[in-house]
Design a protein around this ligand. Structure first.
Ligand code: SF4
Ligand code: SF4
Length: 322
């Protein structure tokens, strides 16, 4: 019997090519994983799985999306998270301060980063080990210009970095998702995909030992069945104070214009993250009154509800840059 030609050049001990995407809720990493898995399975005949891991459903919290591919004659029986990815995708560089994104990335792997920065700078920022191929793409800029989410732009870069994944297969998978439900979004998403494929800075990181490979360390919660407070109470109020929602913004942020604001509080009533900063001051009559003083951008996730609701256009959506 003729030997079947192998499609995957890189595989782990189980015969899988593995992708890990590090993202935040709302950036579309989960959907990107589904589209790419469909491309490999339905349009290239590979075996594959896609699944994601996240905490709360809330927009802005860290999300991991995993894809595994294997040859058509090898079933995928191991469904654990990807610890040593052949391809790592980082949807936002700020994630590096909260999540150990580079864990398990070894020489020979590829790393894609959504950033306006060049690869030389990103290499040091993320401490990318030697022997890795680094791809930097300004997916936010492209996506804002094409008026789509960043996931299709990043899929274009993924298609560039993964040698066996064909553009035709991913195009077909994007068409499957958008063509029926959202036909008006198909063309801009395909444009973003194409630009994500082409507008990439690529660096073969020299094997100089500057940053070591970070071994994968499984997450261990500090509280478990042995030591959690009885009744599941949270003894540390305000424990989300360090949460940073800025990563979930999609290229725009609300700008407050003090001269137009009438302190009506409409924006505060619709903001899902209590990002509006109000203080109590004396008004002209000497009475205590609440005054708007700005937006706390650490907690703002860029939903623009405040901009929509403001009766005086005292909040406007502006393009956000680095
Ligand atoms: S809704 Fe507009 S006018 Fe009202 S407090 Fe907010 S910014 Fe000011
Ligand atoms: S865009 Fe406005 S409503 Fe939405 S999170 Fe930011 S401040 Fe709140």
């Amino acid at each position: 019997m003729a030997q079947q030609t192998e499609i995957l050049k890189q595989k782990n001990e189980y015969g899988y090519y593995e992708i890990r995407m590090e993202s935040v809720g709302g950036q579309g990493a989960n959907l990107a994983g589904k589209i790419l898995a469909d491309a490999g399975i339905l349009h290239m005949g590979l075996n594959g799985v896609n699944f994601a891991s996240y905490g709360s459903e809330k927009k802005g919290t860290p999300v991991k999306s995993f894809i595994k591919f294997s040859e058509p004659d090898r079933d995928i029986r191991v469904n654990s998270p990807v610890v040593e990815p052949h391809l790592l995708v980082v949807f936002h560089t700020n994630l590096a301060g909260k999540v150990a994104v580079m864990q398990g990335v070894k020489p020979g792997a590829a790393v894609i980063v959504n950033t306006p920065k060049k690869c030389d700078e990103v290499r040091d920022l993320l401490q990318v080990p030697g022997g890795v191929t680094l791809y930097c793409v300004d997916a936010m800029k492209i996506s804002v210009e094409e008026k789509v989410r960043i996931n299709t732009t990043i899929m274009g870069t993924i298609c560039r970095a993964v040698d066996f994944l064909t553009k035709d297969a991913v195009h077909a998978s994007i068409k499957d998702i958008f063509g029926h439900k959202y036909p008006h979004l198909l063309e801009p998403n395909l444009n973003a995909f194409e630009r994500g494929h082409e507008e990439v800075d690529i660096l073969e990181v020299p094997d100089d030992g500057k940053y070591p490979v970070q071994p994968f360390t499984p997450f261990r919660p500090k509280l478990g069945w042995k030591n959690a407070p009885i009744g599941g109470v949270i003894p540390n109020p305000g424990n989300t104070a360090l949460n940073d929602m800025s990563m979930s913004r999609s290229g725009f942020y609300p700008v407050w214009h003090e001269d137009l604001c009438i302190n009506c509080g409409e924006c505060d009533s619709v903001c899902p993250d209590q990002a509006m900063i109000f203080v109590t001051r004396k008004d002209d009559k000497g009475e205590d009154k609440r005054f708007m003083t700005g937006v706390n951008l650490q907690y703002c996730k860029g939903c623009m509800r405040c901009v929509d609701v403001c009766p005086k256009q005292a909040l406007t959506a502006e393009r956000e840059t680095e």
